[in-house]
Ligand binder design. Structure first.
Ligand code: GLC
Length: 568
């Protein structure tokens, strides 16, 4: 490979039909990104004001977590109307303007779709309650009679992901106890019935509505959950996620049912009708890479989040293993891999990597799993810097969660009175939940909301730590040692070198070093061992996550190398 020393604008080189194969997508959690109207909650005006920042950061696309009208029982993942904008965030006109402005800057726009459940405030759910048992209106959801005398027991043993039974009983108009309805998340998020043609049609109309407005793609929430085994059998202790390596055909009654694939084939056909290509990314927590690959077969979804990468502890064996299995399983179906270190549901990677990695079970990704473990946050930051270079040197699409580029840690001590995540209430306060990664972004050193809201606004919706001034964008901008500048440099190099496409050739640099070549001139090396290692003598350092002076790669450090001659 010839490493270009100067840049032509890489967006010009991206194939408009396959932009999603190598895109770096920046996740915006709108409540916490930027508050334009001064009410303490982020909004579309805030996002619009930060689009130039995102263009300068060098991302190809943004993904915006749900912005639809919502009672906010699950921070917007409880949608009351899929074809409008939540007033707290703005209006449809604001959304249109934002999409247009992003496109002007060469940034694609991906939005969230939540097809597993509605909000209980969606008109269809009210109609279903009013229409009574056996009605077509109830067919759109999962209503059943209870078990046991008087139907007093839930229809089966399914549990809500957030704790407690997955069923809530309704009350008949005459005050007597009625049927139960299924909710795999909060009781205010009734699951919809994907065996119902109305539901299928409704979501297809929604996809077209937003595609017609210029949206470039959708993130599909809980993509593995839509279809339930219609006989609703007990789960009976069948574990999830499916993390075993056996070939046994697991048949879970509500996760990863084969019927989901037919839905995604029909969605793909809708996306294919548009130019430039629209794309999907699935949130499918299905464990084994081979199961995930089924979602990205050529006539299904374009991409799917690689949560195995996010969950992998910081060890050479685990990281090598997950990169290998990801590349192999995706190559088998011709789909690009994705790489993700963080999102709005998991503790930030600085705080995960701050913990002794040998104590982290790969499937534990909740803050409550981390809290009992000792933490070294300087180490966590070093590793997070190295992880960023590792991720951005791999082929495929990569996701950056807002604040990741600032090296924000998880906020682990939000006062209980301020916690908003339904996990906290639904577990009776035993689990703190996900608010710690949702704290509003610090833009300036100004201690009053760090520039998140205009001066004089009410407090942000979640309290920000007192020591975040030096983590703000203003503090990091222009500081070559900052996380922000590391991300900017890495994103620019990734584009210029075309790292988003192509193959990985493993290099043997010792058991503790994850090392691979891309093309014939670029190498990424990450030292995960306990001692520094020498770098090859003929290597030129393109970028490093730490100090690599003297040809030595320190521990928990990554480096991008140009091997041999660089042509410019
Ligand atoms: C997804 C979202 C999460 C939400 C859940 C229910 O996992 O990422 O935030 O709570 O779906 O919609």
């Amino acid at each position: 490979m010839t490493l270009p020393a100067t840049s032509t604008h890489p967006r010009d080189r991206q194939d408009p039909q396959t932009w999603w194969r190598s895109a770096v997508v920046y996740q915006i959690y709108p409540r916490s990104y930027a508050d334009g109207n001064g009410d303490g909650v982020g909004d579309i005006a805030g996002i619009r004001s930060r689009l130039p920042y995102l263009a300068a950061l060098g991302v190809d696309a943004i993904w915006i977590s749900p912005w639809y009208p919502s009672p906010m029982k699950d921070a917007g993942y409880d949608v009351a109307d899929y074809r409008d904008i939540e007033p707290v965030f703005g209006t449809l006109a604001d959304a249109d303007a934002m999409i247009a402005e992003a496109h002007e800057l060469g940034i694609k726009v991906i939005i969230d779709i939540v097809p597993n459940h509605f909000s209980d405030q969606h008109p269809w759910f009210g109609e279903a309650l009013a229409a009574g048992p056996g009605s077509p209106e109830r067919e759109r959801f999962v209503f059943r009679e209870g078990r046991g005398p008087g139907g007093d027991l839930p229809p089966n043993d399914w549990e809500s992901t957030f704790g407690g039974p997955a069923w809530r009983r309704t009350t008949n108009p005459d005050g007597t106890p009625g049927q139960w309805y299924l909710h795999l998340f909060t009781p205010e998020q009734p699951d919809v019935n994907w065996h119902s043609p109305d539901i299928r049609k409704e979501f297809e109309t929604t996809l077209e509505f937003w595609f017609d407005r210029g949206v470039d793609g959708f993130q599909i929430d809980v993509a593995h959950g839509l279809v339930k085994d219609a006989s609703l059998p007990d789960v009976a202790g069948l574990g999830f996620p499916f993390d075993d390596d056996s070939d046994a055909e697991l048949n879970h009654p509500h996760w990863d049912q084969p019927g989901v694939h037919e839905i995604y084939r029909s969605w793909r056909a809708i996306a294919e009708r548009y130019t430039p290509a629209r794309a999907f990314v699935a949130e499918a927590w299905v464990g084994r890479p081979a199961r995930l690959a089924a979602y990205v077969r050529p006539d299904e979804l374009h991409t799917a989040f690689n949560f195995e990468f996010l969950k992998a502890p910081w060890t050479p064996r685990q990281l090598r293993g997950v990169i290998r299995s990801t590349l192999a399983s995706h190559a088998g179906v011709g789909a690009p891999a994705t790489w993700v270190l963080a999102n709005h549901d998991v503790p930030r990677e600085v705080s995960r990597y701050a913990r002794p990695q040998e104590l982290l079970e790969p499937i534990q990704v909740g803050l409550d799993d981390l809290l009992p473990l000792p933490a070294d946050f300087d180490l966590g930051r070093r590793r997070a810097r190295a992880a960023a270079l590792l991720m951005l040197s791999l082929p495929g699409s990569a996701y950056v969660y807002q604040g990741e580029e600032l090296g924000l840690p998880e906020v682990e001590d939000i006062p209980e009175a301020s916690l908003q995540d339904p996990i906290f209430t639904q577990t009776g306060g035993t689990l703190r939940g996900r608010d710690g990664c949702r704290v509003p972004v610090p833009w300036t050193r100004d201690p009053e909301s760090y520039g998140f809201s205009p001066a004089g606004s009410p407090e942000p919706w979640l309290p920000q730590p007192r020591d975040w001034a030096e983590l703000s964008v203003a503090a990091q901008e222009g500081d070559p040692g900052s996380m922000l500048e590391l991300y900017r440099s890495a994103l620019a190099l990734r584009r210029n070198l075309g790292l988003g496409v192509g193959e990985v050739a493993w290099v043997d640099a010792g058991a503790d070093v994850v090392a691979f070549r891309r093309g014939d001139g670029f190498e990424c090396r990450v030292n995960l061992g306990a001692t520094p290692v020498d770098l090859p003598a003929d290597a030129g350092v393109l970028l490093a996550s730490g100090d690599v002076e003297g040809g030595v790669l320190p521990t928990d450090t990554a480096v991008w190398l140009a091997m041999g001659r660089i042509e410019g």
